[in-house]
Write a protein that binds this ligand. Structure first.
Ligand SMILES: NC(=O)c1ccc[n+]([C@@H]2O[C@H](COP(=O)([O-])OP(=O)(O)OC[C@H]3O[C@@H](n4cnc5c(N)ncnc54)[C@H](O)[C@@H]3O)[C@@H](O)[C@H]2O)c1
Ligand SMILES: O=C(O)C(=O)C[C@@H](O)[C@H](O)[C@H](O)COP(=O)(O)O
Ligand SMILES: [Zn+2]
Length: 378
């Protein structure tokens, strides 16, 4: 086994006063996870939540690390996939924590992708009115986005992430080695959220991705770590400015998501569109809506589409031709967006790559026109 120097691990701080925490990014963090947990928490016992796939691949290494650090632990395995982010699995998980005699000094560890992170984080938020938890993200998406910032929750029949809580983790351990087992489709899906940061407020990062994106996807160590660290820095900065999405800054992280959540809801979370794939299409539609409204150069919208396509991501709902897409139904889903105020959806638009902003002035007809164009066969 290769051993890496401690310098190979980079540290990003999420600065939230008493709720601040570090994100560690680098190799072998599963093996050293127990020690890192001990550095930040006086843990009595660690309840590890993982889905079946991740449990088979990475749970033993994480458990060994906990044992080496002298931490007692217990594992709860949940089914893989978006359907697990629901009331029934939340209830089961909370019951299992209580059956195991959870106490306030126990810690939940979410070992997995965004589904496990959101579900286990929410279970931690509500069990005994709040257990500490650590995020151990194992997908690219979770390492660059869902493990950071404390949004936890589940989907309901009304839509995506509609029940949840802001509950910050005490530590994020992003072990870059675990990405070696991640299927290529999942890796690409996570890459869409990386591109999102470039679109929001980091045009040089977007340009860097245009040059280095394929290296990131192919797993070259330095560019991959650079992309993860830079994404975490961007997200940490925005979260520190507006932890609970109350001033508007954090809503920028929702770029592309008003469309994405509607697309996911329309597919019934059945895996036709992964979250990151829906975000890729959503980024293109948000850029095209901005161009349609005359606020964003068409050339920038074209760059967003071209880069996501070059990364092998879908850029149009028609990339999933088996779905009977309908503009009216997508608009209905958007009406449940959490950014609705007085019945109007707040959109995240772009004045160009790296210049996202919020607008409450987007006419429904413009959104319908962009969706209509997207659903017209090429
Ligand atoms: N809380 C937030 O801020 C936030 C941000 C972005 C996305 N999300 C949520 O995250 C979810 C999507 O997360 P995701 O894309 O990580 O999906 P996921 O958690 O479903 O993981 C994707 C698949 O990869 C498998 N997997 C995970 N790690 C693996 C590994 N190392 N090797 C092999 N297989 C592995 C999983 O078993 C699963 O089948 C969505 O529910 C989305 O809403 C939340
Ligand atoms: O952390 C945030 O804030 C985000 O918006 C990140 C998104 O990538 C993520 O998909 C998030 O779960 C969406 O949040 P929601 O509040 O729109 O459900
Ligand atoms: Zn997202």
């Amino acid at each position: 086994m290769t051993t890496h120097s401690p310098e190979a691990v980079e540290r990003v701080e999420v600065d939230l006063g008493s709720r601040s925490y570090p994100i560690l990014v680098g190799p072998e963090l599963l093996a050293t996870g127990g020690e890192h947990i001990r550095e930040v928490l006086d843990a009595r016992r660690v309840f590890v939540v993982a889905d079946e796939t991740v449990a088979g691949l990475h749970l033993p290494a994480f458990q060994r690390g906990l044992e080496q650090a002298g931490l007692r632990h217990e594992a709860f395995v949940v089914p893989a996939g978006e359907h697990t982010k629901d009331f029934s699995h939340l209830e089961r998980l909370v019951d299992r924590l209580l059956d195991a005699g959870a106490e306030r000094r126990d810690v939940v560890a979410a070992l997995g992708g965004g589904v496990v992170g959101d579900l286990a984080g929410f279970a931690a938020a509500v069990t005994l009115r709040g257990l500490a938890y650590v995020q151990v993200p194992t997908t690219l998406l979770a390492q660059v986005d869902s493990s950071v910032g404390g949004k936890t929750g589940i989907n309901t029949r009304h839509g995506k992430n509609l029940v949840g809580a802001f509950h910050q983790p005490s530590l994020v351990l992003a072990d870059t080695d675990v990405l070696d087992t991640l299927p290529a489709r999942e890796l690409r899906a996570g890459y869409a959220e990386v591109v999102k940061y470039g679109c929001i407020n980091d045009a040089p990062f977007f340009a860097w991705l245009e040059t280095n994106g394929l290296d990131v996807l192919e797993g070259r160590t330095a560019p991959r770590r650079e992309a993860i660290v830079r994404s975490c820095r961007r997200k940490a900065g925005i979260v520190a400015e507006d932890e609970t999405e109350s001033t508007g800054a954090r809503a920028l992280l929702n770029l592309g998501h008003t469309f994405a959540h509607a697309l996911e809801a329309e597919c019934g979370y059945d895996g036709t569109l992964l979250h990151g794939e829906a975000v890729a299409i959503g980024l293109v539609l948000a850029a095209e809506l901005s161009a349609e409204l005359g606020v964003c150069p068409g050339a920038d919208a074209a760059r967003v589409r071209a880069h996501l396509a070059a990364a092998g991501l879908p850029t149009s709902p028609l990339d999933r031709p088996a779905v009977a897409w309908s503009v009216a139904r997508l608009l209905d889903h958007m009406a449940h967006d959490k950014k609705v105020r007085d019945g109007r959806v707040t959109f995240v638009l772009m004045r160009g790559i790296g210049a996202a902003y919020l607008s409450r002035e987007v006419p429904r007809e413009a959104v319908a026109a962009v969706l209509g164009n997207a659903l017209m066969a090429a």
